[in-house]
Design a protein around this ligand. Structure first.
Ligand SMILES: Nc1ncnc2c1ncn2[C@@H]1O[C@H](COP(=O)(O)OP(=O)(O)OP(=O)(O)O)[C@@H](O)[C@H]1O
Length: 482
C-alpha cells in the first residue's frame, strides 16, 4: 500500500513537471483553454467547497467585518491547534493576542460537520498605488464537504459571525477621545472609569429601563434601516450637580463598550470644524457634550419669572466661561446631530448633560433628537443602599432607618453622600461615617427651615468657573420654596 502511494506521488510529480515544460510551447489561447478544462476536471473530482473572506473588500476602504469576526472566532482555536502563531500586542500594550500564521490550518466542528479554516496571504503588484508597489492581501479560507453546503452557508456562518462579534465586544477596550484646543482633531486615552450600572445609585426600575433601552438600541440595526432612520439614539441627562450624570455616562460607555467622544464645544471654532470632528468619530461610540447649557449660548427663550430673573443674575458671569470665539451655532449643532454624517458608519449614542433642562432650546432636546430624557436627582434611600454597599460593603446597619427617613426630607446629592461614606482614616468605623452623614443631613434640614424665611444660597458660594453656581442657587431656591 505504501509503495502504491509513493508511486502515485512520483507519477503525479512527473506529470506536473512535464505539463509545466509543455506549457511553454503552447500558444496562450490554447493554454487558457486547457487550463479551463483542467479546472473543470479538478472541480468535478474535488468533493469540497471553499469560501474566502478577504480582509478588505475591493474598494479597500473599510476592513471587512466578517474577516474581523472570523479572526476573533478563530483566535482560541488557533492558540490550541496551530503550530505557527502570530502575536500582536493589543489593549495599548497590556496584552498579547495570538492568531494563526500564514499557511496554517485549524479545524472546527459544527453539528457533526468537520470543516477547515486556513489563513493565506497574497502579494499583489498594485498598479493603483504609487506608494505601495506590492500590496499584501490577507484572507481566510473555509473548506468543507459539498454535501454540507446548506448547513454551513445557512447556519454555521451566522454562528461564526455572531460568536466572533461577541468575542470582539468582550475584548474591546473603551477609549476616551477629547478634541484638541487649536485644531479639529481628536486625541485619546484608554477609558478606565470603573462606573457601572451596579455601582450607580439610582432607582432600580429606572436603571433597568435604561439598560433595556440600550439593549434594544444595540439590536435594532434592521429596525432603523426599515424605518429609514440613522442608527443613533439621543439621551439627555439632567439633574443637579453631583447627581451622577457623568457617572451614568461612564456606566453607559462601559455597559455598551462604546468609545466616548467627549466633545468640548467651547474650543470648536466653527461649524466646519464641528463637522470635521464628527466625521472622524467611529461607529459604536458616544458623542458626549457635558453641561451643554454652559458650552455655548444654546439656550432658548426664557420665561421672565422672578425665579428665572434670580438665576439669570447669578448666571451673568457664566457667560465668561463661554468662548466668544466659537462660531458653532445651534442650527449647526442640530444639523450635525441629524445630518448625513450621523447615518454613516453605524450605531452612535448622543448624550447631553445639563443642570438646567428647562433653559435649553426645545429644538435641541425635542423627542426624536434627544429620544430619552433621564432625570438624575437627589439621593433617596434605594440609592443610598447602593452607595453604602460600594463604599462600606454593608447591606444593613441599625442607623440605616434614620438615614432613610432624613433622606426622604432633605435634598442631598449622591456626591455629597459619598463624601461621608468615604473613610477619613484607614479602617474608620462605618458607624462613625453614618453618624457624620446623619449630622450633615440634620444640618441641611435645619438650614432649609431657616431658608424658608426667603433666603437663597449666598452668591459667595459660587463656583469660580461659574458653571455650577446657578444650579446651587436653583437648589437653594427650591429648598426655600419647599
Ligand atoms: N448616582 C450616583 N451613583 C454613584 N455615585 C455617584 C452618583 N452621583 C454622584 N456620584 C459620585 O459623585 C461624584 C460626582 O458625580 P458626577 O460627576 O457623576 O455628577 P454630575 O451630576 O455629573 O455632576 P456635574 O453636574 O457637576 O458634572 C462621582 O465621582 C461619584 O463618585
Amino acid at each position: 500500500m505504501k509503495d502504491m502511494w509513493t508511486q502515485l506521488g512520483s507519477a503525479l510529480a512527473s506529470l506536473f513537471f512535464v505539463w509545466t515544460m509543455l506549457q511553454r510551447y503552447f500558444p496562450p489561447h490554447l493554454q487558457l483553454l486547457i487550463d479551463r478544462h483542467f479546472d473543470k476536471l479538478a472541480k468535478y473530482f474535488d468533493p469540497n467547497v471553499q469560501i474566502t473572506f478577504h480582509e478588505f473588500p475591493s474598494d479597500r476602504l473599510q476592513r471587512n467585518q466578517a474577516y474581523t469576526a472570523i479572526e476573533h472566532y478563530l483566535s482560541s482555536k488557533s492558540t490550541e491547534q496551530a503550530r505557527r502563531l502570530r502575536a500582536d500586542v493589543v489593549k495599548n500594550g497590556q496584552s498579547i493576542e495570538l492568531t494563526m500564521d500564514e499557511q496554517e490550518e485549524v479545524f472546527d466542528e459544527f453539528e457533526g460537520v468537520r470543516l477547515y479554516w486556513s489563513f493565506r496571504k497574497l502579494i499583489i503588484g498594485s498598479k493603483e498605488s504609487s506608494y505601495n508597489a506590492n500590496e499584501e492581501r490577507r484572507f481566510y479560507k473555509l473548506t468543507f464537504c459539498k454535501k454540507y453546503r446548506e448547513v454551513i452557508t445557512g447556519c454555521y456562518l451566522k454562528y461564526v459571525f455572531d460568536k466572533g462579534k461577541a468575542i470582539e465586544v468582550g475584548k474591546k477596550q473603551v477609549k476616551l477621545y477629547t478634541n484638541a484646543q487649536h485644531c479639529p482633531s481628536w486625541s485619546h486615552i484608554v477609558f478606565e472609569h470603573p462606573a457601572s450600572f451596579e455601582t450607580l445609585a439610582m432607582d432600580p426600575n429606572k436603571k433597568k429601563e435604561i439598560m433595556e433601552d440600550l439593549d434594544t438600541f444595540r439590536k435594532s440595526k434592521d429596525y432603523y434601516t426599515r424605518i429609514g432612520k440613522a442608527w443613533k439614539r439621543g439621551y439627555l441627562l439632567y439633574g443637579p450637580p453631583g447627581s451622577g450624570k457623568s457617572t451614568l455616562n461612564a456606566a453607559i460607555a462601559n455597559y455598551m463598550k462604546y468609545d466616548i467622544y467627549d466633545l468640548e464645544l467651547t474650543v470648536v471654532h466653527s461649524n466646519t470644524d464641528l463637522r470635521k470632528l464628527l466625521m472622524h468619530t467611529s461607529s459604536q461610540s458616544i458623542i458626549a457634550i457635558e453641561d451643554i447649557d454652559c458650552s455655548l449660548d444654546l439656550t432658548g427663550q426664557r420665561q421672565n419669572t422672578r425665579k428665572e430673573k434670580d438665576i439669570a443674575e447669578v448666571k451673568g458671569d457664566q457667560k465668561d466661561g463661554i468662548n466668544k470665539n466659537s462660531k458653532v451655532t445651534l442650527s449647526g449643532l442640530l444639523n450635525f446631530i441629524d445630518g448625513i454624517w450621523s447615518a454613516s458608519g453605524g450605531e452612535r449614542l448622543v448624550i447631553f448633560t445639563t443642570n438646567y433642562v428647562e433653559k435649553l432650546d426645545q429644538a435641541l432636546i425635542r423627542r426624536g433628537r434627544m429620544d430619552k430624557h433621564i432625570e438624575l436627582s437627589y439621593c433617596h434611600f434605594e440609592g443610598f443602599k447602593v452607595l453604602a454597599k460600594n463604599y462600606m460593603n454593608i447591606d444593613s446597619h441599625p442607623l440605616f432607618e434614620t438615614v432613610g427617613s432624613l433622606l426622604g426630607k432633605t435634598n442631598m446629592t449622591p456626591a455629597d453622600v459619598t463624601e461621608h461614606l468615604m473613610p477619613k482614616t484607614m479602617g474608620e468605623d462605618v458607624g462613625i461615617r453614618l453618624e457624620s452623614l446623619i449630622g450633615d443631613l440634620r444640618n441641611k434640614k435645619a438650614k432649609v427651615k431657616t431658608k424658608g424665611m426667603g433666603q437663597g444660597r449666598s452668591q459667595t458660594e459660587k463656583d469660580p468657573k461659574g458653571k455650577k453656581s446657578s444650579a446651587k442657587v436653583d437648589e437653594g431656591l427650591k429648598e426655600a420654596q419647599d
